[in-house]
Design a protein around this ligand. Structure first.
Ligand SMILES: Nc1ncnc2c1ncn2[C@@H]1O[C@H](COP(=O)(O)OP(=O)(O)OP(=O)(O)O)[C@@H](O)[C@H]1O
Ligand SMILES: [Mg+2]
Length: 243
């Protein structure tokens, strides 16, 4: 897929979350976004996924301009599989119902078709044993895997992950990262914000470094990690890789 942003700004009150971001990411399968806390990564993801409207600027995905009218945004949002940090699931529904419900309510599948889709995916991703449990009865890693299966179920054009493992312990982190790496192996497109540099490097073919509301580096991942150019990126990598 391709991504092109032109002059995108977003301000929250006095605070400039994104400042005149213009960039073009040539053909990629998997894009990682890294950078310090508060730099604007989530804001950028929310704009790309149609959850936030920028104050200025325009956005093209695969040569298609994304309109910011409510109707355009609604269909755009429905075409993307999004998974955030944590608390992705409805707490009162079972794992299976969490996948079935959006297929019926948002994507218009019949109850039977939705159930068949969900069961097939649970089977494929070894989650069938957990299908009848509510989120509180699942581990954090299992919950995130259900959230990812829910995103897969809608057959999205691409996936967006915003720090999907930041609430997990190391073992569950690996479990979820393996899962995402598998999606990449299947050839699916994804955009992921992660604090895990090893994973960013491993899973992405292209990478953006965002700090202070600006995209300071936009490079193939192999180059960005082996020969970082921007001094803030050099500093950032030295800091996060220290331990
Ligand atoms: N809805 C909001 N209202 C007010 N300020 C916001 C809002 N969303 C983000 N901000 C501010 O915009 C800036 C960028 O936030 P953003 O969440 O995009 O950063 P981030 O790079 O995702 O950080 P982190 O790594 O901590 O998740 C921050 O200073 C944040 O406080
Ligand atoms: Mg964030």
């Amino acid at each position: 897929m391709q991504l092109e942003l032109s002059n995108i700004s977003k301000q929250f009150g006095e605070l400039r979350a994104l400042h005149e971001v213009t960039l073009s990411v040539p053909e990629f399968q998997s894009l990682a976004i890294i950078g310090p806390s508060g730099g604007g990564k989530t804001t950028l993801l929310r704009i790309i996924s149609g959850l936030e409207i920028p104050d200025t600027g325009s956005l093209r995905i695969d040569d298609r301009e994304i309109g910011f009218s409510e109707d355009a945004l609604l269909s755009h949002r429905r075409s993307i599989g999004t998974v955030f940090q944590a608390y992705n699931l409805f707490p009162h529904l079972t794992a299976l119902e969490n996948v079935v419900l959006p297929l019926v309510k948002v994507h218009g599948l019949s109850a039977t078709a939705a159930r068949d889709t969900a069961v097939e995916l649970f089977e494929r991703f070894q989650l069938l044993n957990h299908a009848g449990r509510r989120p509180a009865e699942l581990s954090g890693g299992q919950q995130q895997r259900v959230a990812i299966v829910r995103a897969i179920a809608i057959k999205p054009r691409f996936f967006i992950f915003d720090e999907p493992t930041s609430a997990l312990d190391p073992e569950m982190t690996s479990e979820v990262l393996d899962f995402i790496a598998e999606l990449r192996k299947e050839g699916r497109n994804l955009i992921i914000v992660t604090h895990n540099m090893g994973f960013a490097r491993h899973v992405s073919d292209h990478c953006l470094f965002i700090a202070e509301g600006r995209v300071l580096e936009n490079e193939r991942s192999t180059e960005l990690f082996s020969a970082p150019q921007n001094p803030l990126l050099v500093n950032f990598l030295a800091k996060v890789l220290r331990y």
